[in-house]
Design a protein around this ligand. Structure first.
Ligand code: GLY
Length: 587
């Protein structure tokens, strides 16, 4: 069972990176106190999930949770609530909630036994080219790939949410936008996590007049916890979407404002790029693990392929008996993870442009081959592990939320503008931040991106191609019924965070809150190290080191907002305590 001490320590890690945080943390706890009491994240020494019968929403911001829950209470379905939450997050959590980015939504319709994936990932503009981020010295210009107008891909969020609602929802886009428009127009009281985030990003934000005008007060000072934060330009942009649908974003005034912003300095997105953006409904990756059906995101995300690949490898080991977060289990997980991330570096990219061997990567036979190369006593050096051959071929920020309704529908959604605050450049007059998702391409094959992830030709930049993602919205079914709705932010750690929530429930029988709270580990092949959160014991670390692993302690990894459904239909929500604004509510 997870110790309260470890959870407190995780909260501390996620808020301990800058001076003055002690005061902020105390204020955070003060602001969050009613929330904690209402949602009973912790009770004594136990992690207690939120419980409900009719519907559940778990997001990274309590205002978004509240608005989405109202939709469910009024008879809306999970897609209605999810789209409402996504737009509310775009207002209340500008570090990752967005209309200027993109993402993926998995929807499970239990009654008709169907799971669909909506891909609303950003695309490279038509004028993008393979070497666009290389300097004259041939090296990647990181300022250009991460913090410039060129770093922005064509946003997909508005088109993706509109498509989800039109095909699978029951309310209008205007209705789903109502709470977001109100929160932007009338403002909301900022929690400490908001002011903290802006403080961390202040240096970059202040470099852009458009961002400075919105995220700081007229006298240039910062918003403090409890201040009212109003976003009139964003409200106007959202109203245009409410009135005109997707066209209110991809054409007309908003599109003009985006292109004008591009023209202020080297941006590539054109009116034609915006007008031609289309989300795609895809088949999710499907695998199985110890009798459970796993559905997760297909390319252009690597998430689903590698979650299934790692689970397939681990299925051959008795991890329930080697134990939760024991050295023996972590060793096996790290060995499986590094083999999967090695394959990711070579094979994964946008499947509309390159052949991705999903069938091979997720096959039990390939997993058996990889499992055979694992020594159960010794770490294998990443340098000796090259991407294998999964034949045959066939044709720090993001946010995740999970929703279940009373009709048997589940939504697992992860979306992002890449880093916290994306490029940090706000579209002047439109009130939203531009993503810097172009950095998720492999700017130079073999050279790591911001997450230390190595990519290959499969993920090189091409016009209109989607950049590879790790986002892994995941739905697990048991005997045909929705069982677990999960996912996480965290860049390269998204895959392993989601994997561990799943294993914590299936292998280690933790309740969903304990599964979300539990300290996490991560290995991504390169660098050759196991990253661990606070809460993994020093004894365990020593044993891992004796096996030949390098182990490094890192700040909190991921923030999973998850739901588990019991056999009798009771819903349990687990909001991640690593974020002070996380909340799970049901009815
Ligand atoms: N931008 C992080 C990801 O999509 O994986």
């Amino acid at each position: 069972m997870l110790k309260v001490r470890a959870i407190r320590s995780l909260i501390k890690q996620s808020t301990a990176a800058s001076p003055g945080r002690l005061l902020t943390l105390l204020t955070a706890l003060f602001v969050a106190a009613p929330l904690l009491a209402r949602e009973a994240i912790l009770e004594g020494d136990r992690a207690v999930p939120t419980e409900a019968r009719n519907g559940m929403v778990v997001t990274s911001h309590y205002l978004a949770t509240d608005e989405a829950l109202k939709v469910l209470e009024q008879g809306g379905n999970a897609v209605d609530a999810a789209v409402t939450a996504a737009f509310a997050l775009a207002v209340t959590q500008p570090r990752s909630g967005n209309i200027g980015g993109g993402g993926f939504m998995l929807i499970s319709f239990e009654q008709r036994d169907e799971v669909v994936a909506i891909d609303y990932r950003e695309k490279a503009p038509a004028a993008a080219s393979r070497d666009m981020f290389l300097g004259t010295d041939g090296n990647v210009d990181e300022a250009l790939s991460r913090y410039s107008r060129k770093s922005a891909g064509v946003p997909g969020t508005v088109a993706g949410l509109a498509l989800a609602l039109e095909r699978y929802g029951t309310i209008s886009l205007a209705k789903a936008l109502e709470p977001a428009i109100r929160l932007a127009q009338e403002g909301f009281r900022v929690p400490p996590r908001f002011s903290d985030g802006i403080e961390n990003a202040a240096d970059r934000m202040r470099q852009h007049e458009s961002s400075r005008k919105v995220f700081f007060k007229p006298d240039g000072s910062s918003y403090e916890p409890g201040d009212l934060f109003v976003q009139k330009d964003l409200a106007a942009t959202l109203r245009r979407i409410a009135e005109q649908g997707s066209r209110g974003f991809y054409e007309g005034r908003t599109a003009d404002l985006i292109v004008e912003e591009m023209q202020r300095g080297g941006g590539l997105i054109t009116l034609e790029d915006l007008k031609s953006y289309r989300p795609v409904v895809r088949r999710p990756v499907h695998g199985s693990y110890r009798g459970y059906d796993i559905y997760s995101m297909s390319p252009p995300s690597s998430g689903g392929a590698h979650i299934v690949q790692i689970l397939n490898i681990l299925e051959g080991f008795p991890v329930a008996s080697t134990g939760h977060n024991s050295a023996a289990t972590i060793h096996l997980m790290a060995e499986a993870m590094k083999r999967a991330y090695a394959d990711r570096s070579k094979y994964l990219g946008d499947s509309d442009f390159v052949q991705v061997p999903i069938k091979g990567l997720t096959s039990k036979a390939y997993a058996e081959k990889l499992r055979g190369s694992i020594n159960q006593e010794r770490a294998s050096a990443s340098a000796t592990l090259l991407p294998d051959n999964p034949v045959p071929y066939e044709s720090n920020e993001t946010t995740h939320f999970s929703v279940m309704d009373r009709f048997g529908n589940a939504v697992s959604n992860t979306y992002t503008i890449n880093f916290s605050y994306g490029s940090h450049i706000l579209v002047d007059g439109a009130g939203f931040l531009l993503n810097n998702e172009m950095d998720d391409f492999s700017a130079k094959p073999g050279v790591a991106n911001a997450y230390g992830l190595i990519g290959g030709d499969a993920n090189s930049i091409e016009p209109n191609k989607r950049m590879l993602s790790s986002m892994s919205p995941t739905i697990v079914k048991r005997a045909g019924k929705n069982f677990l709705i999960t996912g996480s932010p965290g860049g390269s750690r998204i895959i392993t965070t989601t994997l561990q929530v799943l294993m914590n429930v299936i292998d280690h029988r933790l309740n969903i809150q304990a599964a979300v709270n539990a300290p996490r580990v991560h290995h991504q092949w390169l660098p050759d190290e196991i990253r661990i959160e606070e809460g993994i014991s020093p004894d365990t670390v020593r044993l891992l080191e004796q096996m030949g692993h390098t182990v490094t302690r890192r700040p909190a990894m991921g923030a999973s907002q998850s739901i588990m459904v019991d056999a009798d239909g009771t819903l349990y929500g687990g909001a991640d305590p690593r974020l002070s604004t996380s909340s799970a509510r049901g009815f």
